[in-house]
Structure formats: structure tokens, C-alpha cells
Ligand binder design. Structure first.
Ligand code: ZN
Length: 268
């Protein structure tokens, strides 16, 4: 009788252990979404131990988002946002955190190509993404809130990544948005902006950084429980901004800087 009870308790415990639980320094993990070559990773530090993230790339499925043209070929917002989200997920996982990748594509891993072809394969963690904007946003917000209720980390943050579309001649920097009145959202956005400004100072002295932090009344910021930040990475139609997206090492740098900014925020 006792052994049976104990077995039931143990099985119950095992079921509640999340599959993507955080790992300690030196441990290895495997995330097939990163693609064959990068699926396996080793935790390099415990600097973000105890944190949980909900990472969301904009659009996806039937909706490619903003579009640009590069040497006669189309650039799709959802593909670049997704590649950068995967890189950010890997950066964060290597710092020992738990990550939920909300929008997923089973085939596209982290890609080293300049042109990322469009696809409609993306899902919201396995569920088809609806075409209508309201349904689409509602679906991802509900998913984040459902996961949030099951997580119990002290530091839980949602990161939304998008690419803007403005007139071709308008060059922009990276912009950081938080929900109206969110103190912690503003703090995270400020830390991200500061990190970007510092990195540009290091790597491109004299360039200056004009990206700003502001409130924005966006559905996904308003309707999700974790503190969130929403990034616009540039104008997909502008030649200069396109370099930030199409050069794979630039996408990696963006992901690393975002992870560094998060780390700065976490320490506070
Ligand atoms: Zn967008």
C-alpha cells in the first residue's frame, strides 16, 4: 500500500517537471527547433538562473508581415523575426534559463543565409495560426498566459520581435516598446536600449544610436500576464536597415545584445 502510494506521488512529480526546465552550468541541452547543427548546446553560465522567457516572433503562418525587396528578391518580416528569436532563445538557454518559443517552424532552424525564403509552416506551438489579425494575436496571448500560470519563476518576461515597414528612404534604429504604465516593462526596455547604445559605441564609434523607448498600446503587451517588451528591428524596405537583417552575423549580434540587455535587467 505504502509503496503504491509513493509510486503515485513520484509519478505525479515527474509529470509536473517541465521538459525544458532550466539547466546548470556545464549541462547540455537539445532543442530541435534550432536545426540539426545547432540543436545541441551547452550551458555556459548560470547568470540568468531562475528566469523564464516567452519568445514571440511577429506574424507567421498565413501572414508574412511586412515585406521588403533586396536585389529583386522579397524579404519577409516573419522569417527574419523568427531567425532572430531562435538565436535569442539559444543565447538565453546557454545562460541557464527556461524558454518557451511560442511561434515555431519545424523545418527552418537557425539559418546562415542572407535571403530567408517565405513559408507558411509556422504554428503557435503546434496549432495553426489564423489569418485574421485579432484571432492571431488572441491565440498567442492565450498561449503565453496559459504557460505563465504553470511557471513559477520570480523573473518571467515576454519578448516580441518585429520588423517595421516605412517608406524606403527612412532609415531607423531599433525601437523598444513596453505596455502603458508598466514600470518593469520600461526598466527592461531601458536596459535593452542602453545595451544597444553601448554596443554601437564599441563596434561603430561615432555612429550614435537613436533608438528610443516608449509606451505603446499593443494588444500583445496589454493582454499578456508577464512583463513584456516589443522590439522593432528596423525598416525592412530601407537598404541600410536591410543589412541588419540579411547578414547572419548581424542577426546573431542582435540576439546577443538582447540577451545581454536582459541580463543587465535581471541583475537589478
Ligand atoms: Zn510586425
Amino acid at each position: 500500500m505504502r509503496i503504491k502510494q509513493l509510486t503515485i506521488i513520484l509519478m505525479g512529480l515527474m509529470l509536473t517537471l517541465p521538459l525544458n526546465a532550466q539547466k546548470r552550468k556545464g549541462e547540455t541541452g537539445n532543442e530541435p527547433l534550432f536545426g540539426k547543427e545547432l540543436a545541441s548546446y551547452t550551458v555556459a553560465s548560470n547568470k540568468l538562473a531562475g528566469a523564464t522567457f516567452y519568445l514571440v516572433s511577429g506574424h507567421g503562418g498565413p501572414d508574412p508581415g511586412a515585406m521588403g525587396l533586396y536585389q529583386g528578391r522579397p524579404l519577409y518580416e516573419d522569417e527574419y523575426a523568427y531567425d532572430i528569436i531562435l538565436r535569442l532563445a539559444r543565447e538565453l538557454m546557454m545562460r541557464g534559463v527556461k524558454v518557451h518559443i511560442i511561434i515555431q517552424d519545424k523545418k527552418d532552424g537557425i539559418r546562415e543565409d542572407r535571403i530567408l525564403p517565405g513559408s507558411e509552416r509556422e504554428t503557435c506551438m503546434g496549432k495553426a495560426i489564423p489569418l485574421k489579425q485579432n484571432d492571431r494575436l488572441q491565440q498567442r496571448a492565450a498561449k503565453i498566459n496559459e504557460l505563465y500560470r504553470k511557471d513559477n519563476s520570480r523573473y518571467r518576461r515576454a519578448v516580441f520581435i518585429h520588423v517595421d515597414s516605412r517608406s524606403e528612404s527612412k532609415q531607423t534604429d531599433v525601437f523598444f516598446y513596453h505596455a502603458p504604465g508598466s514600470k518593469n516593462g520600461k526598466r527592461l526596455a531601458d536596459n535593452l536600449r542602453k545595451t544597444f547604445a553601448d554596443k554601437y559605441k564599441q563596434h561603430q564609434p561615432g555612429r550614435g544610436f537613436t533608438g528610443t523607448v516608449s509606451e505603446r498600446n499593443l494588444y500583445v503587451l496589454r493582454n499578456t500576464t508577464p512583463v513584456g517588451v516589443f522590439l522593432e528591428l528596423g525598416n525592412i524596405r530601407n537598404k541600410q536597415d536591410q543589412k541588419r537583417l540579411i547578414i547572419p552575423s548581424n542577426r546573431q549580434a542582435l540576439a546577443r545584445w538582447i540577451a545581454d540587455g536582459i541580463e543587465k535587467d535581471f541583475k537589478q
